[in-house]
Ligand binder design. Structure first.
Ligand code: SAH
Length: 330
């Protein structure tokens, strides 16, 4: 068998995985933890829309919408709190998995689907993406002597090929045998969003896990049946993700002409948006088990030893956009 470069292996493995599994039986994401997550993101989008001068129509875009839970919760909150934003918003979803598109269609009847950002029409836009960038395929380089190798996968084992890697900021002080990663599709996606925001009013919110500044490390991880497994398990048997390098993506966004706010921790972001107050208000009138699940969700999303600090929020905006909710004092 011919060895496959890691990003090609990861893209192929995830395409099989998302086509053949219900990924949410293997892992849980923030919108599946608490309905308040999507509701707050919807209200965030509405405030951003107001601060941007209420463009009408406006594209409300989500990248990698999973089961459609985030967007459904967001639209419910928007419909109640900001009917004028609801009337102006046209929902567009970027999703490659036909299986997940079918799940999304159950909940989001009015949406239009696309395979890539390039297919989304141009115009003023608010874009949301939770745990999207971490699913995009990475390349890994290993320090060997004075040079570098790149990691390939052949027959379920690592193969290293000597390579002249692209210049990466993390490479300067890397020790022998250590790994440096680059997520080229994430950079390209961010640059594509940024160049749209340079031309049309808008804002984009990315929530994902990873370090604020790239610490060189092997962050590739595989989850199957809710447990970590070897990333080189047969393609399609596990969900493959990697940490997001927020500094690298912020740089890509600025280079392409967007303004950047954050990153701030998910804890900071959600608590400033009122996650605690909204959770308590719902819990007060909910049944006992539902109230417990809402309060447990608050803890999972914000506790530093759970999703609170590993997860970060990063906003890209068109030039001259005021500070968006959740990004002050961050
Ligand atoms: N945002 C959701 C789902 C996260 S899982 C949530 O928070 O629950 C990652 C999502 O991105 C899935 O919907 C997956 O099908 C989608 N995805 C992965 N790679 C993609 C790509 N290259 N283009 C578009 N969507 C992709």
């Amino acid at each position: 068998m011919i060895a496959e470069r890691l990003d090609q292996f990861m893209a192929r493995a995830n395409a099989i995985y998302y086509a053949s599994h219900d990924p949410f039986s293997d892992f849980t994401t923030a919108p599946e933890v608490s309905q308040v997550f999507g509701e707050l993101l919807g209200l965030w989008a509405g405030i951003a829309w107001n601060l941007l001068g209420r463009p009408d129509p406006v594209l409300l875009v989500e990248a990698g919408p999973g089961r459609g839970t985030l967007m459904a919760d967001a639209l419910r909150a928007i419909g109640r709190a900001q009917p004028d934003f609801a009337a102006a918003a046209q929902v567009h979803l970027i999703e490659t998995s036909s299986r997940l598109r079918a799940a999304q269609a159950q909940r989001l009847k009015q949406a239009v689907w696309h395979n890539t950002l390039e297919d989304v029409p141009h115009g003023p836009m608010i874009l949301l993406a939770n745990e999207f960038l971490d699913a995009l395929p990475i390349r890994q380089f290993v320090r060997r002597g004075a040079g570098w190798t790149e990691r390939y996968v052949g027959d379920g084992a690592w193969v290293e090929e000597p390579v002249e890697p692209p210049a990466l900021p993390a490479m300067a002080h890397v020790l022998e045998g250590k790994v440096v990663e680059v997520n080229e599709p994430a950079r390209a996606f961010i640059a594509g969003v940024a160049s749209r925001l340079r031309r049309n009013r808008g804002a984009a919110l990315f929530i994902d896990y990873g370090a604020e500044a790239g610490v060189p490390a092997d962050t590739l991880q595989a989850i199957a049946d809710g447990k970590p497994v070897n990333p080189l398990s047969p393609p399609g048997s596990a969900d493959l993700t990697a940490h997001v390098d927020f500094a690298d993506l912020a740089h890509a966004a600025r280079t392409a002409g967007a303004n950047v706010q954050g990153p701030v921790t998910q804890r900071h972001f959600l608590l400033h948006l009122g996650l605690r107050e909204r959770t308590e208000r719902l819990a007060e009138t909910a049944k006992e088990d539902q109230a417990a699940s809402l309060r447990n969700g608050l803890l999972r999303l914000t506790a530093p030893d759970q999703m609170g600090t590993l997860f970060k929020a990063l906003a890209l905006t068109s030039p001259h956009c005021p500070t968006l909710p959740g990004f002050a004092d961050g």
